[in-house]
Design a protein around this ligand. Structure first.
Ligand SMILES: [Zn+2]
Length: 404
């Protein structure tokens, strides 16, 4: 077998394409493969698909391909433009690469797979390419996949915001609960983000009226957005957000108490944990703190108790539980806890709905965690656009439509 035949078979090229020659430069660590087409070949029109168009002219182009062992591989080809009776002169489609890209399809698939697992800058270092070229590949495939999303089936959604960078810069994520995928990412965290999602949904075959459930946080913006855009959606406030609300109240009690009590110093993180997650050392300090009769201890016990609400077998029993819990908090003199309890009682229907529907934002919280981890590893992104691409890449299932 000649080397050109071997490379032709390895690349899966078939007539009229063939490898005309190969050159290997050991010093440059580069393999160059030259592809050509048989004289007199005719091609399908890349626009209408009409077969048998004659070649009008051809232009030399090149593509970076997957490495040949440790050596860079570059494909070179004369790319023909075919003359179609209907469409005029069009560049033909190539089996190994798309127009305008300097990378082959397989190399692009390799880049996307790596970018899902590590920061783009690291991918750039590994393949020795500038990261702006890699971002361009991501942008192409992810935008294409997002454009092609079919959302006709979507009935239950979850939404949450995540910080884009330090300060008050946010993006909002919308998830299809049934398919566990991010389907829309947009700037900001106000009610307009929900309106933008509703527009996107309808553009992609979905119907606003079909949305039956929306799991969101207790912020006024998402509530208003859901109410004005999805008339049939029942709102669920997720356990995660309820517990966060009470955690914040416990912390407020702690901060107030820290001004007068030395006991409390250095215990901030203790109160954020659940019993079973405490270290031996933390358990020991908890025993000491118990003796000090602290407000913070009482607030913490209220928080732990409230978590059992979500283990209730039915909405009825959960409502009883919640009423008892509220009565306990109301008889205390812990103002932040009372305030949190009143917020919770005011939104009890939406909170208890999670027990009936089984809907939770747990998935979104997990996605959020992955996004923040990717952001930390990448030391941030140059633009919100790039952050959005990464969200779609790691949580939107866009790799399902990769070239192979
Ligand atoms: Zn045509």
């Amino acid at each position: 077998m000649r080397d050109t035949d071997l490379f032709q078979a390895a690349l899966g090229l078939s007539a009229p394409w063939f490898i005309s020659r190969s050159e290997f430069d050991g010093d440059l660590k580069q393999l160059d493969l030259h592809i050509d087409f048989l004289p007199g070949s005719r091609f399908a029109c890349s626009s209408c698909g009409g077969a048998g168009c004659p070649v009008h002219d051809a232009k030399e182009k090149q593509w970076r391909h997957l490495n040949f062992f440790q050596h860079k591989t570059v494909l070179h080809a004369r790319v023909p433009r075919a003359a179609c009776d209907k469409c005029g002169v069009k560049q033909v489609s190539l089996p190994w690469g798309r127009p305008g890209s300097g990378f082959t399809l397989l190399f692009e698939a390799f880049l996307l797979t790596m970018a899902k697992a590590m920061p783009v800058a690291n991918v750039g270092q590994i393949v020795d390419e500038h990261d702006t070229r890699i971002w361009r590949v991501l942008d192409h495939y992810i935008s294409k996949a997002v454009d092609a999303l079919d959302l006709a089936h979507v009935t239950q959604i979850a939404a949450d915001e995540t910080s884009a960078r330090r300060g008050h810069d946010y993006i909002s994520l919308f998830v299809d609960i049934a398919r566990r995928k991010v389907i829309f990412v947009t700037d900001g965290k106000d009610a307009a983000t929900v309106a933008a999602f509703a527009t996107f949904l309808e553009k992609h075959g979905g119907k606003k009226d079909n949305i039956t459930d929306a799991s969101i946080d207790m912020g006024a913006a998402f509530i208003a957005g859901v109410k004005s855009n999805f008339p049939n959606a029942k709102i669920t406030f997720d356990k995660f957000h309820v517990v966060k609300l009470v955690n914040d109240a416990v912390d407020e009690v702690r901060r107030g108490e820290a001004r007068t009590s030395d006991w409390i110093k250095g215990t901030r993180y203790l109160w954020l944990k659940n019993l079973q997650n405490l270290t031996d050392e933390e358990r020991a300090s908890l025993v000491k703190l118990e003796a000090a009769n602290l407000d913070t201890m009482q607030a913490w016990q209220m928080r732990l108790n409230l978590q059992d609400l979500f283990k209730s077998p039915s909405v009825t029993s959960a409502r009883k539980f919640l009423n008892r819990w509220n009565a306990w908090v109301e008889t205390s003199d812990l103002k932040p806890m009372i305030k949190a309890a009143r917020t919770i009682m005011g939104k009890a229907d939406e909170i208890l709905r999670s027990i009936a529907s089984g809907i939770s934002n747990g998935l979104l919280e997990a996605i959020n965690g992955n996004v923040q981890a990717a952001k930390r590893k990448a030391k941030g992104y140059r633009s919100k656009h790039n952050l959005k691409l990464i969200v779609y890449l790691i949580a939107g299932g866009v790799l399902d439509t990769l070239p192979t």
